[in-house]
Design a protein around this ligand. Structure first.
Ligand SMILES: [Zn+2]
Length: 398
């Protein structure tokens, strides 16, 4: 499987200039190709394929207006075209239903004001990690890297990114062999929520890291400082970078927390099931801050790739299943409950439930159903939960 390994880059002044030029050229090529495809669409021609767009790029490089494109690595420009083709493919696949998840819109023009600028070098661009640890990038130079961990094998590509805080990163794509862990009997259902970051079906509750809240005061200060600076002034630019850095710090701490928890869960369990939350829906409510704070989607992605890497099962069950309304002991649907109800008693079997733990148990049971269905052992039942013996075997009498 393919993994990304990211490191901080420290380009010197000349290299930063060369990178800025390369970001700009990649952007121009991307936008030219997008305009070309839009124009073809407008006059009713068929979608121009990659070869046609690539030929268009070659032609434009010989015109005086686009001669500057020759100053950067040709691979960088080809990769910008590849990005656009991928963006179109995502749009087409999303529209035809081939691609699941949030609907993907048409590609949009890139701007120099975008928060993130990036270029990509593939292996045939001849980028190289030198014996002295520097990264050789064609037409950029030998850039200093902070190697925080070793690359397992030679990378197939590297993306160079400049974020809004003005930091540079190299993100390498590396092919790694899967390393399955010894099989374990344990499985885990996970309810991701707002009162706790995660609640497991065995009753374990992982507190939400209120990192953003703790840092909120600091963020408020830097934001206030920014708003007092005059538009377009040097001081305003400095204040903007301070704001971006404060945000980056919180993001780092959050990522660290997600890494530790996801690794632990994947190591300890043969299968992990989570409920896919409608994060976008929640983000529009007054809970937006907590949703942003929790950053579930990044965490779920980590669970997914780590499961693949370590030979575990990762399952997602849909939000449409009423996991917080159904008794995990007897399977009877008890009706909707407002978020304020943290504990309830099943009217049918009398079991007293912690709202989140009950939901996590239902998620675990659903995960097992999905797994059976995937193996074709039985026809998928309509919404129905496992009887208590099955759902609770690993917890015994507890
Ligand atoms: Zn019950």
């Amino acid at each position: 499987m393919q993994l990304r390994y990211s490191y901080r880059l420290y380009p010197d002044a000349g290299q930063r200039q060369a990178l800025a030029r390369a970001f700009g050229c990649a952007r121009v090529v991307y936008n030219d190709a997008l305009a070309y495809r839009q124009a073809a669409y407008k006059v009713g021609e068929k979608y121009p394929g990659d070869a046609e767009v690539s030929a268009m790029l070659t032609r434009s490089k010989s015109t005086p207006e686009r001669a500057f494109l020759n100053e950067v690595s040709a691979v960088v420009l080809q990769q910008a075209l590849a990005d656009l083709s991928q963006a179109y493919k995502n749009f087409f696949d999303s529209r035809s239903g081939k691609r699941k998840g949030q609907p993907v819109g048409l590609p949009r023009f890139r701007s120099r004001k975008d928060a993130e600028q990036s270029i990509r070098f593939t292996a045939n661009a001849n980028f190289k990690i030198r014996p002295d640890g520097k990264l050789r990038l064609p037409k950029i130079g030998h850039v200093e890297v902070r190697w925080t961990r070793e690359l397992p094998t030679a990378p197939s590509s590297v993306t160079v990114i400049r974020d809004s805080a003005g930091r540079y990163f190299a993100s390498f794509v590396v092919k790694v062999a899967e390393r399955p862990l010894p099989i374990t009997e344990r499985e885990c259902g996970l309810d991701l929520g707002l009162t706790h970051f995660a609640v497991m079906d065995d009753g374990t509750k992982v507190a939400a890291p209120r990192l953003l809240r703790k840092a909120a005061k600091k963020l408020r200060n830097v934001h206030r400082a920014l708003s007092r600076k005059q538009k377009g002034s040097r001081n305003r630019e400095k204040a903007r970078v301070k704001v971006a850095r404060a945000h980056a710090k919180v993001a780092n701490a959050r990522r660290d927390f997600h890494h530790k928890l996801s690794t632990r869960l994947i190591r300890e369990n043969q299968a992990v099931t989570v409920e896919t939350l409608s994060v976008k829906g929640l983000a529009r409510t007054r809970l937006a801050k907590s949703v942003h704070d929790a950053g579930w989607s990044g965490f779920v992605n980590m669970l997914e790739y780590k499961a693949e890497l370590y030979g575990r099962d990762f399952r997602k069950v849909g939000r449409f299943e009423p996991t917080s309304q159904t008794c995990s002991a007897c399977g009877v649907k008890d009706g909707p409950k407002p978020l304020s109800v943290r504990e309830w008693q099943c009217k049918t079997c009398g079991t007293v439930h912690d709202r989140d733990v009950n939901a996590a148990r239902n998620i675990a049971a659903l995960g097992r159903r999905e797994a059976l269905y995937a193996r074709g052992d039985q026809v998928r039942p309509a919404w129905m939960l496992a009887p208590v013996g099955e759902a609770g075997s690993r917890r015994g009498a507890g």
